[in-house]
Write a protein that binds this ligand. Structure first.
Ligand code: SF4
Length: 293
C-alpha cells in the first residue's frame, strides 16, 4: 500500500525495492530521506527496521521485490497521485534496469493511478527513456530537482539548470508524458542572471520554458538552510511561469516553524504575495478529470 503524505503536490508516496542514496549536489546537504532512514533503522516494527537495516547505504532488496511490487495492486481502485521513490533516487546508476522496468510495468498494470518519478540524475533517466525502459504509459510524469541554477566548486561553475535539458530530451521521446522541475530546497536563483556573466539573456532560463510544471519550496527540518532572498527567487520563478505558460505550484517558504500544518490543503504557509499557487499540470488534470484532491 502507498503512504498518504502531506506533500502538497502529491497524494501518496511509495518506495519499492531500493533504499539508500548518495549525495550528488548541494540540495542533498540536509537530505530528509537520510535522516528518516536512520530513524527507521531503529523502528520497533521489525518489517521497517529490517528494510532500513543498512540505514541510508544503497541497497537493492531483491528479497522484497515480489512483496513490494504487490503493493501497487493494493493502492486501490480509486485513482491516486503517487510519488515513487521519495526515500531514494530511483535513477542512481546502481539501480538495475530490470528493477526499474518491473516498477514501470506495475504502473501500467495499475494505470488508474498517476505516478511521478523525481531524480537528481536526469541524464540516466533520459538515456533509459530513450533506450532501455519500455511500456511507458501516459500516466507517468518525469521530474528533476534543480535547487539553484548554478554554483561554484573550487574553480568550476556547476550549472544545475542544465538538468532541464534532459527533461526536454525526454519530452521529445515521450511528448505525451508530463515533465516537471522541483525547485526545492531553493538554495539560489533558478535563473542564471544573478551570479554569472551570461551574455545571451534570452537563455537565462535555459530549457525551463519547455517543462510542464515547476514546483517551488524552501528547505524545512532541522538545520534548514533559508537564504534570505528566497522569496524574491520564488516570485521570479512564478513570474517566469506565468509569462511562459508553465504551470506553477508553490509548496511553502521553508523553515521549522514556517509551515506546521500537516494537512496538505492548509493554506496559511503556502501563500506567495498573498496568493495560493496550487496548480497542477494539464496531464494530471486530464488523468483525474480535474484536480487530484
Ligand atoms: S538525491 Fe535525493 S535521496 Fe539522494 S541524497 Fe540527494 S536528496 Fe537524498
Amino acid at each position: 500500500m502507498a503512504n498518504k503524505t502531506a506533500i502538497s503536490w502529491t497524494g501518496y508516496t511509495l518506495n519499492p525495492i531500493i533504499t539508500g542514496c548518495t549525495p550528488v549536489s548541494p540540495g542533498c546537504g540536509r537530505c530528509w530521506a537520510n535522516d528518516s532512514a536512520h530513524r527507521m533503522k531503529n523502528n520497533p516494527n521489525p518489517k521497517i527496521s529490517n528494510r532500513y537495516r543498512f540505514a541510508f547505504d544503497f541497497h537493492v532488496h531483491r528479497d522484497l521485490m515480489a512483496y513490494d511490487l504487490e503493493k501497487f495492486d493494493k493502492i486501490g481502485g480509486v485513482p491516486k497521485l503517487v510519488f515513487l521513490g521519495s526515500m531514494t533516487d530511483l535513477f542512481q546508476g546502481r539501480v538495475p534496469l530490470d528493477v526499474l522496468q518491473a516498477i514501470v510495468d506495475k504502473t501500467q498494470e495499475n494505470s488508474q493511478h498517476y505516478y511521478m518519478f523525481l531524480t537528481k540524475r536526469p541524464a540516466r533517466m533520459s538515456r533509459l527513456l530513450h533506450d532501455g525502459l519500455e511500456n511507458i504509459g501516459p500516466n507517468l510524469g518525469f521530474g528533476t530537482t534543480i535547487e539553484m541554477a548554478e554554483y561554484q566548486e573550487d574553480d568550476r561553475v556547476i550549472v544545475l539548470q542544465d538538468r532541464a535539458e534532459y527533461l526536454a530530451d525526454i519530452k521529445e521521446a515521450h511528448p505525451g508524458n508530463m515533465t516537471f522541475v522541483s525547485y526545492e530546497p531553493a538554495l539560489g536563483p533558478l535563473s542564471r542572471g544573478e551570479y554569472t556573466y551570461f551574455p545571451d539573456t534570452s537563455r537565462l532560463w535555459g530549457d525551463l520554458d519547455k517543462v510542464d510544471w515547476i514546483i517551488a519550496g524552501g528547505e524545512s527540518g532541522s538545520d534548514c538552510r533559508l537564504p534570505e532572498r528566497r522569496f524574491d527567487w520564488f516570485k521570479e520563478v512564478r513570474d517566469f511561469c506565468v509569462s511562459h505558460g508553465v504551470t506553477f505550484h508553490y509548496k511553502q517558504g521553508g523553515g521549522n516553524s514556517y509551515c506546521k500544518h500537516s494537512d496538505h490543503k492548509a493554506k496559511g504557509c503556502r501563500l506567495l504575495d498573498g496568493q495560493l499557487w496550487d496548480q497542477f499540470p494539464r496531464q494530471i488534470l486530464q488523468h483525474f478529470g480535474g484536480r487530484p484532491f
